[in-house]
Design a protein around this ligand. Sequence first.
Ligand SMILES: Nc1ncnc2c1ncn2[C@@H]1O[C@H](COP(=O)(O)OP(=O)(O)OP(=O)(O)O)[C@@H](O)[C@H]1O
Ligand SMILES: [Mg+2]
Length: 296
Amino acid sequence: MLQIEHVTKKYKNFTALTDVNLELENGVYGLLAPNGAGKTTLMKMITTLLFPTEGQIRYNGEDIHRLDGAYREKIGYLPQDFGYYRDYTPEEYLRYIGILKGMPRQRLTESIDRVLELTGLSGEAKKKMKKFSGGMVQRVGIAQALLDSPQILVLDEPTAGLDPGERMRFRKILANLSKDRLVLISTHIVSDVEFIANHIIMIRDRRIYCNDTVENICGKLAGQVFETAIPAEALPRWEERYRVVSQRQEGENMAVRFISRMERAADWRPCQPGLEDVFLSTYQEGQGKEWNDVGN
Ligand SMILES: Nc1ncnc2c1ncn2[C@@H]1O[C@H](COP(=O)(O)OP(=O)(O)OP(=O)(O)O)[C@@H](O)[C@H]1O
Ligand SMILES: [Mg+2]
């Protein structure tokens, strides 16, 4: 179990994260927040690449920096800016990473076959990566993070650059992997984690804003999400009053999906809240007077 206790990270005078407290067990956690919220900063601290300015991170009760190599060998990490060697094939690259990790030869060979299979790269194992699409390179990145079945898997925006088919494959890979390990995935794409993460962690204003199941998080908006049709010119007024999460043209009118905390009207159709509603309403500053009046 990973315990993050009162962790603050400052870059010189700039505070990127303040007083982060989290307890992470086996399962899939989706770290969901917009650009610049501090996702990478948190992940780099968890992988020991950055030191917290204050607070500490413990693995089964022991400080991760004190555990050092014994902790690091349990981690698989896909950095956001995953660098790779263009002249290598996936097989060569994975061998190189495995040797750096100190994996014995036989175990490494088996592990390479397994992760290539898992990421659907077996057929591409001997092709140079410089010929690969962005999505294929990303899969090599995921494959190297999976080498040696790490207990803790930290994936920083693993679905960036993947097309819809590849996203689907990625979700399946994760569903298989997540049984007895801790997986932390960052993203700002709600649909990437909505169905694979048991828990969603959101960062807002440099702090952990929530850490809960998808069900509980969406439950907070129960009875507050509606759809209705309004004339297109009424949209600005609507946005001023409510938190509009989506809109689409429907003939002469606009079909708007929005959140109203207190007000109700007979011609509003109640909707089941989804994570997208939570995400958009959480980070949409300056919209929805009605929302702000009620207090958030
Ligand atoms: N080395 C650094 N020096 C100074 N400021 C930094 C440094 N690294 C990150 N920051 C700042 O800290 C904040 C959090 O950055 P971080 O990269 O953790 O966010 P993120 O959620 O991963 O964003 P993205 O979705 O764009 O990857 C940002 O405001 C960023 O500009
Ligand atoms: Mg980042």
